[in-house]
Write a protein that binds this ligand. Structure first.
Ligand code: ADE
Length: 224
């Protein structure tokens, strides 16, 4: 799967793309991430990409032209959904990630400053996604979350696909507590049930723990 990222700060992706599961997915060519600095599409002689907003509001707005041209040039290679990350978008969740994991290619647009000119959103953007009800300085962190979350759903990216299937949100429940050695740490013991080899009891324990945690923290997930 190819992620085409449009950002004014492509360097922010380097540590993320060079580490862990994403780096491995890129090496094995299951995932390709192409970074485009849309400033290079600016027709301004100083490569300016932002300007004051109409209406006299505070802040700056990214101009339509460089973004429009950058997206158009990527779409010349073939059609793909264009996703813009903004706090105004619908909330990113596991279903959204699953939906996009079926595509061969997606275009991810990261804003900065205040917003991107509405006309480029009207003309080019097919979906708008938000990480949550808070404002970040730009869409880059959201794009990384999206790339990470989608990539781990692609066949062959995780060593053990079961570990993805038992993650929080693949089922409607949050995850359950996990333990590894030692058996006792700072006076706290691993629950007995996990050490007795009774798989039926262990599965029931995990389900009970996940249900209790979901009820306490995210009752909304149970009422859907
Ligand atoms: N850009 C700025 N804030 C954001 C958020 N909460 N989610 C996605 N993109 C953003």
């Amino acid at each position: 799967m190819t992620f085409d990222v449009l950002s004014l700060f492509p360097d922010t992706f380097s540590g993320f793309l060079d580490s862990s599961i994403i780096a491995r997915a890129i090496r094995s060519e299951t995932v390709q991430v192409r970074l485009t600095d849309f400033r290079s599409f600016s027709k301004d002689k100083h490569h300016k990409v932002d300007d004051y907003p109409y209406g006299g509001f505070p802040g700056m707005v990214i101009q339509a032209q460089p973004v429009y041209d950058a997206i158009s040039s990527l779409l010349e290679e073939g059609s793909a959904p264009v996703i813009y990350f903004t706090p105004q978008g619908r909330k990113l969740n596991q279903q959204v990630l699953q939906h996009y994991s079926k595509y061969q290619r997606v275009i991810l647009l990261c804003g900065h400053y205040k917003e991107i000119d509405q006309r480029v959103r009207d003309l080019c953007v097919s979906d708008e996604l938000s990480l949550g009800d808070y404002v970040l300085s730009g869409g880059e962190l959201a794009a990384m979350a999206f790339i990470d979350g989608v990539s781990r759903l692609l066949p062959g990216v995780l060593g053990d696909i079961e570990s993805a299937n038992s993650d929080s949100f693949s089922t409607p429940l949050l995850g359950f507590p996990c333990y590894t050695r030692p058996e006792v740490f700072m006076g706290l013991s691993v629950p007995d049930v996990l050490r007795n080899g009774n798989h039926k009891a262990i599965t029931q324990w995990a389900l009970d723990e996940a249900t209790a945690l979901t009820k306490a923290r995210r009752p909304d997930l149970l009422s859907d």
